[in-house]
Each structure stands twice: as structure tokens, then as C-alpha cells.
Design a binder for this molecule. Structure first.
Ligand code: FNR
Length: 187
């Protein structure tokens, strides 16, 4: 069967550069023969993680997200860098999804997943410090991280007016990362 990927960006912003980058990666993966579901975090408004909310009953959006992760072989994650780390929105999602419940064990939906981690930032470093943190969060949950994490600087110069990734260097590096990730998926 085709490899299944989940693509998402760790930004809630309507015009997120990282969501555009996640979409570009999703299209490259489809071109390489994968099935890709793109998740916009704006469609999954999550409360800040709180064990009391969890004990009162898992929010429906959390269950839907867990099912999406569970059905994926791999992850394409575009992670903006906030103050040198991952966004609170992305960490909050990981915290919710990593928890055991009646259906899934602890971190079950992360285990064995193959993940491409990438970022873009208007700044010169592209968000690599945040990717290092994200790797350190996901690896202990059992996710395999593609070795070549990609941080693309100067977000404002790499997309066209329609939001397509048009920078050749970024396209080539992102395609290589997507292919590295797909190659690590045994289906
Ligand atoms: C930022 N930004 C930022 N950029 C960066 O390269 N390193 C950083 O440490 C930070 N820190 C930071 C903190 C906070 C609170 C905000 C709001 C922003 C800038 C950030 O890269 C920029 O806003 C991106 O456009 C965010 O990604 P999206 O939303 O466009 O995907």
C-alpha cells in the first residue's frame, strides 16, 4: 500500500509561512507516491493541557488528532521557532496526543513514526534551534527523526504570491528530506 503521511505546521497564524512549507512538502510526498493528510491546527482548537480537563473527558479534537496520528506511517512537521524553541501550540498538541487513554497507550501514536522536521523563519537561521528542541521532544516518544533537518531562512523571499515554494535551493533540500523520510517507511 501507499505510505501515509500527516503534514502539519506548529503555527496557528492564518498566513503561516510554515504551513505553506508543510503544504509544499505534502505535495512533494504525493508526487513521490504517498497519501498525505494536511492538518491545520486552526481547525483543532485545543485547550491548554490540564490533567483536570483530561480527567473530565478527552476533548473531541484530541481524539480526532490521535486517530490521524495513529493512521499515519510518518509525519511532515513544519515547526516555527519561538524564542529559540517550539511553539506553545505544537508542544501543547504533543502533550495532549502523547497521553494514554482508553484507546491508545502512552505515546503509542508516535511510536515508530518516521518524521521530517523542518522550519522557516524570516531570520537568518531559519529556526534550527527550535528543530533541535522538537527532535529532543519526539525522539523519546519513539519517533524516528530524519537526520537532515531543514531550516530555511528569509521566509519572505521563498514563496510566490500564491504561496507556492519557488526557491530552488529550498525545494531541492525539502524534496531530499521528504524522500529520506519516505525511504525510512517500510509498508
Ligand atoms: C518569533 N520569531 C522567531 N524567529 C526565529 O527565527 N527565532 C526565534 O527565536 C523567534 N522567536 C519568536 C518569538 C515569538 C513569540 C514570535 C511570535 C515570533 C519570528 C517567527 O519566526 C515568525 O513570526 C514566523 O513567521 C512564525 O512562523 P509562521 O507563523 O509564519 O509559520
Amino acid at each position: 500500500r501507499k505510505p501515509r503521511l500527516l503534514a502539519l505546521a506548529g503555527s496557528l497564524r492564518q498566513d503561516s509561512w510554515n504551513r505553506l512549507l508543510a503544504s509544499a512538502a505534502a505535495q512533494m510526498a504525493r508526487d513521490a507516491g504517498a497519501e498525505v493528510v494536511e492538518v491545520n491546527l486552526r481547525d483543532f482548537p485545543l485547550p491548554l493541557f490540564d490533567e483536570d480537563i483530561e480527567a473530565a473527558g478527552l476533548p473531541e479534537q484530541v481524539s480526532r488528532l490521535k486517530d490521524l496520528f495513529a493512521s499515519a506511517d510518518g509525519l511532515l512537521i513544519a515547526s516555527p521557532e519561538y524564542n529559540g524553541s517550539v511553539t506553545a501550540a505544537l508542544k501543547n498538541l504533543i502533550d495532549w496526543v502523547s497521553r494514554p487513554d482508553g484507546q491508545y497507550g502512552r505515546a503509542e501514536v508516535f511510536q515508530g513514526r518516521r518524521a521530517a522536521l523542518f522550519a522557516t523563519s524570516p531570520g537568518g537561521l531559519g529556526g534550527m534551534r527550535g528543530l533541535n528542541h522538537l527532535r529532543d521532544i519526539l525522539q523519546p516518544l519513539g519517533t524516528w527523526i530524519a537526520p537532515t533537518m531543514l531550516a530555511v531562512p528569509e521566509s519572505m523571499n521563498i514563496f510566490d504570491a500564491e504561496g507556492n515554494l519557488v526557491d530552488d535551493g529550498a525545494r531541492n533540500q525539502l524534496r531530499a528530506l521528504v524522500e529520506q523520510t519516505l525511504a525510512a517507511i517500510a509498508v
